[in-house]
Design a protein. Structure first.
Length: 313
């Protein structure tokens, strides 16, 4: 049984874009779609309900919201099996619980103030740090230019082998019959800039070469994993889980000097999806969202996927 794609909706324009993205993902991956509205969403985000106070009115509004979302999916993606549900709790708790039995959770970001469309709402940030499956956050703002179809960008971390994020990104590119751009950012250590300079250009070329070698090693291992996966799928009966029509992926390598978040945001221009990883934190139930995660969630020009390091693919 395939785990559903779960999408959280709150009736906002941003959640409609998330709904459409999730429906397209469910269609492409042949997974069912589950639409969820948490009835305490308005209170969690500090919004006022659009109906008079009172449980009956709010319940009717919630039921109408999910019914409209379900009908929208059926109109746009009739091939997708879709169900809708109202959860009587706050959205973070509801969506974290859903993430235990989901292939991924999709959510729209919510901007406020002078830079609306660039700031991530509290629900999205909390969910990204606690989900048990990949979370995809759809920007509140529309992209400046149409994305390049099938283009996926992934940040390559310091891990020796392919990260869970890299495995997820490759699968996303394969399901689109698209291409994967693997990005490795590098910077010269501060001490290299403060010491008496040796031969001009040597430190920079050394660090760049190390970044290139690391990227090559990770992608070689990733391609080996993909080859083994395809060999296993070839031995499975037609229509078995995993046989979703994925194609061969063209992989591009990108090594750039600069802060990782800046390099990734620039690389994500015209991409369909930017993928980054997050590590499970020890000592409490959640993920470690570092500066790179926060930056791309707030400022990425395209949807962002946060993939826990426990993701198996």
């Amino acid at each position: 049984m395939r785990l559903p794609v779960v999408v959280g909706v709150d009736g906002s324009e941003g959640s409609l874009r998330a709904l459409d993205w999730a429906a397209a993902e469910a269609s492409r991956s042949r997974h069912p779609l589950r639409v969820v509205h948490a009835s305490l969403w308005e209170h969690y985000e500090g919004l006022r309900p659009t109906v008079d106070a009172g449980v009956p009115g709010e319940q009717l509004l919630a039921e109408h919201l999910v019914a409209s979302a379900r009908d929208r999916v059926r109109d746009l993606r009739p091939e997708v099996s879709v169900v809708a549900d109202v959860q009587p709790e706050d959205p973070v708790a509801a969506l974290v619980q859903e993430s235990h039995e989901a292939s991924l959770v999709v959510l729209g970001s919510r901007g406020r103030g002078r830079i609306a469309g660039m700031l991530l709402g509290s629900v999205g940030l909390a969910l990204a740090g606690r989900s048990h499956c990949p979370v995809v956050v759809i920007p509140a703002r529309q992209p400046g230019a149409p994305p390049q179809t099938g283009r996926i960008v992934v940040g390559i971390s310091d891990e020796a082998g392919p990260s869970a994020a890299a495995v997820f990104a490759l699968a996303q590119a394969a399901s689109r019959h698209g291409e994967l751009t693997a990005v490795r950012a590098w910077r010269r250590p501060a001490h290299a800039l403060l010491t008496h300079p040796p031969l001009p250009g040597v430190p920079a070329s050394t660090h760049r070469r190390q970044a290139e070698e690391h990227l090559d090693e990770v992608l070689k291992a990733l391609e080996t994993l993909e080859t083994r996966k395809k060999q296993q799928q070839a031995q499975e009966p037609q229509g078995a889980p995993g046989q979703d029509g994925s194609g061969t992926v063209v992989i591009h390598r990108s090594v750039a000097q600069g802060p990782a978040h800046q390099v990734l945001i620039e690389a994500a221009e015209n991409a369909e999806l930017l993928v980054v990883g997050a590590r499970r934190s020890s000592g409490w139930h959640g993920l470690q969202l570092g500066p790179v995660n926060h930056a791309v969630l707030h400022y990425s020009p395209c949807p962002v996927a946060i993939v826990p390091d426990t993701y198996q693919g």
